[in-house]
Design a protein around this ligand. Structure first.
Ligand code: GLP
Length: 243
């Protein structure tokens, strides 16, 4: 297993940003999956800053989101579309055709799931998938209990997150919120993965992910079996791992 431990948060964010840029430089047609959340905000910002100072070729790349909230407007600040657009996509001047996101609204999500997968396949499959880690071990919106064989689907929303989103968007209870997410099987098909986790609140789940059994109770534990996954941690998140 490839484990990288950054000595502080800035080093963590900078390493992650350079990993994304390295992928773009190595593969001009790269298909790169991004994740939202507190872990990835700064790495996204740094990619944009480096690009502004030292522009590189990126008209052939595709950026996409691993997941999205359903049944909220995509302009909502908590929608993954808006987060990625404001954190990295606009800073890189990426055109809409190069930025794939699941729809937030649809009357046939099953069809949209298959369409999303097909679009990624058409572009050659995923070269690099950057993932955050839930404190319960979730990947994307694949919560504990999700089968390892899962493909793109709409998962039930985590209760705490759902309450927050409902409040912020005034979404009435009759409108169901969900998590459109690549499944664990799709994630495992990425050629390369970077699992990024920082902060002491992730330390326990990082330990389980790396040294516990591979179990659906900890979705991220499946990454132990990926041939090219880098676990990028800061010292706090790495606190309990056995050396
Ligand atoms: C949300 C996203 C995940 C992400 C996770 C990590 O649940 N749907 O894709 O990995 O947040 O969040 P944070 O980085 O804020 O801990």
């Amino acid at each position: 297993m490839k484990i990288t431990i950054a000595k502080n948060e800035l080093e963590f964010d900078t390493i992650a940003a350079w990993r994304i840029i390295a992928e773009i430089l190595a593969h001009p047609q790269a298909v790169i999956g991004l994740s939202t959340g507190r872990t990835t905000i700064n790495m996204h910002r740094i990619v944009g800053e480096i690009y502004r100072q030292h522009p590189f070729y990126l008209s052939g790349i595709t950026l996409f989101g691993v997941d999205e909230v359903t049944n909220v407007p995509r302009e909502y600040s908590g929608a993954c579309y808006t987060m990625l657009k404001t954190q990295i996509v606009d800073a890189l001047g990426i055109k809409e055709a190069q930025f794939l996101m699941p729809p937030t609204v649809s009357n046939d999500f099953e069809k949209e799931c298959r369409r999303y997968e097909a679009e990624l396949k058409t572009r050659g499959g995923v070269d690099l998938q950057v993932l955050g880690l839930g404190t319960n071990g979730h990947l994307g919106f694949n919560q504990p209990g999700t089968p390892f064989e899962s493909t793109t689907w709409i998962s039930a929303m985590d209760e705490v997150l759902e309450a927050r989103i409902r409040k912020e968007t005034n979404t009435p209870p009759e409108r169901e919120l969900g998590g459109f997410t690549l499944g664990l099987k799709n994630i495992m098909h990425s050629r390369k993965i970077i699992l990024a986790a920082k902060g002491v609140q992730k330390a326990e789940i990082v330990r389980k992910m790396l040294s516990g059994p591979v179990t659906t109770a900890v979705p991220a534990s499946i990454l132990q079996l990926h041939p090219d996954c880098e676990f990028l941690l800061d010292v706090d998140a790495a606190k309990y791992i056995d050396n």
